[in-house]
Design a protein around this ligand. Sequence first.
Ligand code: GUN
Length: 283
Amino acid sequence: MVRLIDGKGLAQKMQAELAEKVTRLKEKEGLVPGLVVILVGENPASQVYVRNKERSAKKAGFFSETVRLSADISQKELLDVVDQYNRDDRFHGILVQLPLPDHIDEEEVVLAIDPTKDVDGFHHVNTGRLWSGKPAMIPCTPAGIMKMFAVYGVDLEGKNAVVVGRSNIVGKPMAALLLEANATVTSTHSRTKNLADITKTADILVVAIGRSKFITADYVKPGAVVIDVGMNRDENGKLSGDVDFEAVKPIADLITPVPGGVGPMTITMLLEQTYEAALATLK
Ligand code: GUN
């Protein structure tokens, strides 16, 4: 019988627990975790994400600020804003919402963030530490997926894990985390030949390719754990995943729905990581 992974419920529980930890930290140490989210321009999806991050941070009792900058800001001006928050002790986490406008060098901006405040885990110091098996700030979506594996008792040791998609935000860090957990990992992507032959070997299948309902029953081994990172909107605004949920559900052992699966865990891990960054300043 398939079990659904209730990402929404888990996220609510974790955020409520985090709010209590934040209250205690305030009382005991006088320390309030601070998060600044920097948004450049008016990308509609980014505006929604940023509003949700701001709302969740405030609800958890964080010191939260959102900086909204004009789409025609110069590279130098944006780097100056990042530097201002690097030097501001009230903020333990800095998140620059991506994508940035075309005239901005995104990599230079990410690398300007103090790696100890890089709660997205995109700075090369953190990606390097992750791939070296060292403690690091970890991109929030794969971090949330690892948390779901832990809570649902998914044993990764020695298992065949297949990751579909190789983005810096999800696919690559996901592969690194699964490898670190002693899974046997295969990274696949849009140029992979005979993809279904490979995904059918997966005990653990993580899909992050941004193509609605791409993974059908033919791609899935009976009894697999299927994690769907997709967030695709059709012409009517309805959300769908990268996995054909109804077709795959009868085959899988454990599966994430969309919405209510991976998505809500991403913000939760952002807050957790910001809380940890605040704690680290006490040491
Ligand atoms: N854009 C889409 N996903 C993300 C994310 O996880 N972090 C940031 N900074 N931008 C994003």
